[in-house]
Design a protein around this ligand. Structure first.
Ligand code: NAD
Ligand code: UFG
Length: 338
């Protein structure tokens, strides 16, 4: 029996694939390389010391999905495939709704048709919207998302819950990620954004590598420790390990399970810059600029439920996250283009 990993060539999918292979699982990765590069596949195999199946496939293509389910013996799916740029989603909402929502519906239809009804879904802290106050708990009412990307995550959560309600054979685990950063300790795989990074850590590493002049810090007048935004950064390898626990849960039990994957600790932008400088030994020049529209002051998790029910806790701290992010960038200044 194999686990189907959609979007397995991407940042979180590639790290999770390594953990799955190292734990002895057989996997089938599918990806359309919209935001990733085939090179990562060799690196996954090298780092895990184990081969796996790969099919270039778009999750919106039902016929291609059917072929994958016919070719392999798949009993569960970890579903990473999706578009994730908040700004782009405001400019191209239909692309996001079509890719993320239609893609997930098509995937679930193909799964059901082949008797595979177990899915772990990549959701986001963004579904907590603006009205909830950190620490964010799974019992809080989700919704009130502020951009089409976030809304796709909220809608997909609803769709998966309705599906599980309609058919008790389904088992769904919704994982709400906080802010994944870091990279595999080898420095061979990591986050490789196209163009100007939207997110804090890839921007910092590109400044450290001399590819960008300075970091723009989006506002220092929030009600936080130093006025800059506070987030719950989590090492991508810890996040990857959370997926193995989630998979065990749904293989064991039917139903819908929702978990935060975060550390429970927030760091401000300036605290991250300081931790990065300490870990890398490289100075990161920055300028304070206006707030970025749509940003919240503070967002961090209450990770208790994942600890109690999945026996999962994030183990890596901010120093390790920064050191690993820097190693990846320094060894691959142009990401997978090198
Ligand atoms: P990523 O872009 O690196 O990986 C996503 C992968 O999915 C890419 O390889 C892309 O080519 C593939 N893909 C996209 N659309 C596809 C389609 N229609 N068919 C097949 N493949 C497709 O992103 P990531 O950071 O690894 O994120 C993985 C998942 O986690 C996404 O669903 C994302 O929304 C979610 N998530 C990410 C973050 C984050 O900060 N990185 C936070 C919360 C949630
Ligand atoms: N920031 C800067 N300068 C930058 C980039 C970011 O100061 O160049 C600040 C932001 O204002 C924020 C913090 O750094 O205070 C983190 O910003 P990110 O863009 O890295 O992350 P966000 O918390 O805004 O959003 C990310 C993903 C979302 C996801 C959310 C929760 O981009 O898709 O985490 O998982 F929903």
């Amino acid at each position: 029996m194999a686990v189907l990993v959609t979007g397995g060539a991407g940042y979180i999918g590639s790290h999770t694939s390594i953990e799955l292979l190292e734990s002895g699982k057989d996997i089938v990765i599918i990806d359309n390389f919209y935001n990733s590069c085939p090179k990562v596949l060799d690196r996954i195999e090298k780092l895990a010391g184990k081969g796996f199946a790969f099919e270039e496939c778009d999750i919106r293509d039902r016929a291609a999905l059917d072929k994958v389910f016919e070719k392999y013996d798949i009993d569960s799916v970890i579903h990473f495939a999706g578009l994730k740029a908040v700004g782009e989603s405001c400019q191209k909402p239909l692309l996001y709704y079509e890719n993320n929502i239609s893609g997930t519906v098509t995937l679930c239809e193909a799964m059901a048709a082949h008797g595979c009804k177990k899915i772990v879904f990549s959701s986001s802290a963004t579904v907590y919207g603006e009205h909830n106050v950190s620490p964010l708990k799974e019992t809080m009412i989700a919704g009130g998302t502020t951009n089409p990307y976030g809304t796709t995550k909220f809608f997909i959560e609803q769709i998966l819950q309705d599906l599980a309600k309609s058919d008790p054979e389904w088992s769904v685990c919704i994982l709400r990620y906080f802010n994944p950063i870091g990279a595999h300790i080898s420095g061979m795989i990591g986050e490789s954004p196209n163009g100007i990074p939207n997110n804090l850590m890839p921007y910092i590493t590109q400044v450290a590598e001399g590819k960008r002049e300075f970091l723009s810090v989006y506002g220092n007048d929030y009600d936080t420790i130093d006025g800059t935004g506070v987030r719950d950064y989590i090492h991508v390898v810890d996040l990857a390990k959370g997926h193995l626990k989630a998979l065990d849960k749904i293989l064991d039990e039917n139903g819908v399970f929702v978990y935060n994957l975060g550390t429970g600790r927030g760091y401000s932008v300036l605290e991250v810059v300081a931790a990065f400088e300490k870990a890398s030994g490289v100075k990161v020049p920055y300028k304070i600029v206006d707030r970025r529209p749509g940003d919240l002051a503070t967002c961090y998790s209450d990770p208790t439920k994942a600890k109690e029910e999945l026996n999962w806790v994030a183990e890596k701290g901010i120093d390790e996250m920064c050191a690993d992010s820097y190693r990846w960038q320094h060894q691959n200044p142009n990401g997978y283009e090198d």
